[in-house]
Design a protein around this ligand. Structure first.
Ligand code: PFF
Length: 453
C-alpha cells in the first residue's frame, strides 16, 4: 500500500469538505431525537456525565483509529480490513469486523429511516398549522394518532429511503458536500434560537438541573451501557462508516484535528437539544421518560405558542430531516462501497440494492409502533431490540475490535505515520487510550451488564 493510493470512490475535495461530511454523519437524529429521550429514560445528569466521559476517553481515540485504518486501507470496510490484516500479517478473521460494520449500518438505517420519516411528516404538520396553540395533551394525541398508522409510517419511511438512495447514487462529493456547508451552521443557529425560547419557559432551571446535576443512584449497569452505546452511535463510530469516510480522506489532512472538531460539534448539538427539550418537558408537566416520542411530544408545544413558531417549526423539522439524511448516507455507504468494489456494481445499482434491503427491514420497526406493539422478545419490541443490539452491542464490540486492531495489531510505524501527531508524547497518550483504556472500559461495562461485576 503506497502513500499515494486513492480510494476507487474518489476523495473529499478539501479539508473543510471532510469536516462537513464527518460532522454530517455524526450530527443527526442521534443528537436531537435520541440523546434527549434516552437521557430522560436514564435519569438525567449522571447519565450525561458518563456519556461525556465515553465520548472523550473512548469515542475520540477510537474515531481516530477508525479514520486512520480507513485512510490506510482506502476501501470498503471488508477490503480495508483484508488489506490491513495482510499488511500486518495478522489473522485473516479480522475481516469479519468489516462485515459486522456493514450489517450494523443496514440495521441501524432500517429504523433510523422510520424515525426520519416521522420528522418528515412533522414538516408537513408544522406547515399545515397542526401545532397552532396546541397544549401538551393535544400534541401527545397528534403523535399517538400518527404512529398508530402503519400506512403513514410506511409512506414517510419509503420517501426517506428514496431520498437517501438518490443522494448515495450521486457519490460522496456531489451535492452532499455543498448542502452540508449551509445546513450545519443553520441548524446550529436555529438550536440557539430555541435555547432562547427554552429560557423563557418557567422550568428552564429545572431542565438544566435535570441535565447537569448527577444523581449517581440513578445509574445502573444498563444505563452505563446505553451511555457508552450512545457515544458510539452519536459519533457514528464502530461500524465502518468512519472507515469508509476515512478512505476518501486525502493524505495531507490531520486526522486528530478533524476528529476533535467533529466530536465537539456533535456533543454541543446533543447538549443544546437537551437544554431545549427538558425545560419544555417540565414546564408542561410532561414526563422526561416518555420514550422515543419525546421530541415530537414537546417541541410542537413550543412551536405552537412562540412568536414565529410556524416558520421555526417548519425550519426545524426540515433541518432535522436533512441532518438525518447526511447520517443515513454514511450508514449505507459501507454496504454500497462493498457492492461497488467487490461485486462490480455501479453506484446506482449498489444504492438500489442496499437501499431496498434496508427499506424492507424497516417494516419491522414500523409495525412495532402499532400492529405488533405487543410482540416482544426479551421484553422489547422489534424496534427496541434492533436499537439495543446495534447501538449497545454491535457498535461497542466493533469499537473494541477497532481499538485492539489499531493498538495491538497494526504496524506501529503505520499508525504513527497516519496520525502524524506533533510530538511523541501525544502519540503515546493515544496508544495508552487505545491499547488499554478504551478496550478495558468497553469490556468492564459489558461485564457489569451481564452481572459479573
Ligand atoms: N451519528 C448519527 C446520529 O447521531 O444520528 C447516526 C449514525 C451515523 C450512526 C453514521 C452510525 C453511523 F455510522
Amino acid at each position: 500500500m503506497t502513500d499515494t493510493k486513492k480510494s476507487p470512490q474518489g476523495e473529499w475535495s478539501s479539508h473543510s469538505a471532510f469536516i462537513m461530511a464527518a460532522t454530517g454523519s455524526a450530527v443527526g437524529l442521534g443528537n436531537i431525537w435520541k440523546f434527549p429521550y434516552i437521557t430522560g429514560e436514564n435519569g438525567g445528569g449522571a447519565f450525561v456525565l458518563v456519556y461525556l466521559l465515553c465520548v472523550a476517553l473512548i469515542g475520540i481515540p477510537i474515531m481516530m483509529s477508525e479514520t486512520l485504518m480507513g485512510r490506510r486501507g482506502r476501501h470498503n470496510p471488508v477490503t480495508t480490513m483484508e488489506s490491513l490484516t495482510a499488511e500486518a500479517k495478522a489473522d485473516e478473521h479480522w475481516h469479519y469486523l468489516g462485515w459486522m460494520g456493514i450489517i450494523a449500518g443496514i440495521l441501524i438505517l432500517s429504523y433510523y429511516s422510520v424515525i426520519a420519516g416521522w420528522a418528515s411528516a412533522y414538516v408537513l404538520k408544522a406547515f399545515t398549522g397542526s401545532f397552532f396553540d396546541a397544549d401538551a395533551a393535544a400534541v401527545k394525541q397528534l403523535f399517538a394518532d400518527f404512529i398508530a398508522s402503519p400506512v403513514q409510517l410506511a409512506f414517510w419511511h419509503t420517501a426517506f429511503m428514496l431520498a437517501t438512495m438518490w443522494i448515495v447514487k450521486q457519490g460522496v462529493n456531489n451535492g452532499l458536500e455543498k448542502a452540508l456547508r449551509w445546513l450545519m451552521p443553520s441548524l446550529f443557529v436555529l438550536l440557539i434560537l430555541l435555547v432562547g425560547y427554552a429560557m423563557t419557559t418557567p422550568s428552564y432551571f429545572q431542565g438544566l438541573h435535570f441535565l447537569f446535576t448527577p444523581d449517581f443512584s440513578k445509574l445502573t449497569g444498563n444505563s452505563i451501557l446505553t451511555a457508552m452505546g450512545q457515544a458510539f452511535f452519536s459519533l457514528g463510530i464502530g461500524m465502518g462508516a468512519v472507515m469508509v469516510y476515512g478512505a476518501y480522506l486525502p493524505k495531507k489532512i490531520s486526522i486528530t484535528e478533524t476528529v476533535v472538531v467533529v466530536s465537539i460539534a456533535d456533543t454541543v448539538v446533543a447538549l443544546l437539544s437537551g437544554i431545549i427539550i427538558f425545560p419544555i418537558v417540565f414546564s408542561n408537566g410532561l414526563q422526561p421518560d416518555s420514550g422515543p416520542g419525546l421530541i415530537f411530544e414537546t417541541l410542537p408545544i413550543a412551536f405552537g405558542s412562540m412568536i414565529g413558531g410556524w416558520l421555526f417549526g417548519i425550519l426545524f423539522f426540515v433541518m432535522l430531516v436533512l441532518a438525518a439524511l447526511s447520517s443515513s448516507v454514511a450508514l449505507i455507504e459501507p454496504a454500497v462501497a462493498w457492492l461497488i468494489e467487490t461485486r462490480g456494481f455501479n453506484r446506482e445499482k449498489a444504492s438500489l440494492y442496499a437501499g431496498s434491503v434496508t427499506w424492507l427491514i424497516g417494516f419491522a420497526s414500523i409495525f412495532s409502533f402499532n400492529s405488533w406493539s405487543g410482540f416482544k422478545i426479551f421484553g422489547q419490541t422489534l424496534f427496541e431490540l434492533l436499537d439495543y443490539v446495534t447501538a449497545n452491542l454491535m457498535l461497542p464490540i466493533g469499537g473494541f475490535a477497532i481499538a485492539m486492531f489499531a493498538g495491538w495489531i497494526m504496524v506501529r510505524g503505520h499508525s504513527e505515520q497516519e496520525l502524524d501527531l506533533p510530538n511523541p508524547l501525544t502519540y503515546q497518550i493515544w496508544q495508552l487510550l487505545i491499547k488499554y483504556l478504551a478496550p478495558a472500559a468497553v469490556f468492564l461495562v459489558f461485564l457489569d451488564v451481564v452481572g459479573v461485576l
